[in-house]
Design a protein around this ligand. Sequence first.
Ligand code: SAM
Length: 216
Amino acid sequence: MIVNEHIEDYIDSLDRDLPDELDRLEKWALDNKVPIIRKSMQALLRFLLKERKPEKILEIGAAIGFSTLFLEHYAPLADITTMEKVEMRLVHLRENIKDHPNIRLIEGDASDKLKELSLNHTAGYDFIFLDAAKGQYMSFLEDIRKLIKKGGILVTDNVLLEGSIAESKFSIERRDRTIHKRMREYLYELTHCEDFETVVLPVGDGAALSYFLGGT
Ligand SMILES: C[S@@+](CC[C@H](N)C(=O)[O-])C[C@H]1O[C@@H](n2cnc3c(N)ncnc32)[C@H](O)[C@@H]1O
């Protein structure tokens, strides 16, 4: 937990109830240990979706589709493209989104699928939600730049790695050092490049909100 647990619990207690379908899915995910967006990230996304009213959303990392359906619920007019690669998640995801024609599922590794999308000139996403393998964020960024619309928002989840991002690499377990290094590179790039304006927030497991100013 990044924020003091009492404070996080208090903030979460202010959250309004989820619609029934999402509530059921959230419970199922938690019971089955599927990692999904936390309440605080839900509140942030809901705020952004209502304020920005995106028309074209790209999600990278759908798991069983909780966040996908959440995005759809709060941006009902948007076309949503989502990516997921793991079959044990896809089995549930396909079922959960089957009656939602505005959600298009791209199955496979986002490293390849983002490239294919950008080569097909499928650009113009005004809202991108990145919630996949944390070690890959940096390698996705080049394609994200090609896919996001000028003025669009990129929301990246889990950027503070449960707080360990702030620790020296020497205190990080050897097996986690690559992710730690890559996430630091990703955050440095987002906060120092010319084409994104980024704020990093201690929300959930850390959220980076990046506003795309356009190519240089
Ligand atoms: C934290 S979960 C996503 C949770 C989901 N966004 C939610 O809140 O309901 C991350 C998901 O990203 C998927 N994933 C990780 N790396 C990926 C990649 N390179 N391409 C496609 N999916 C990926 C994983 O299989 C996993 O289901």
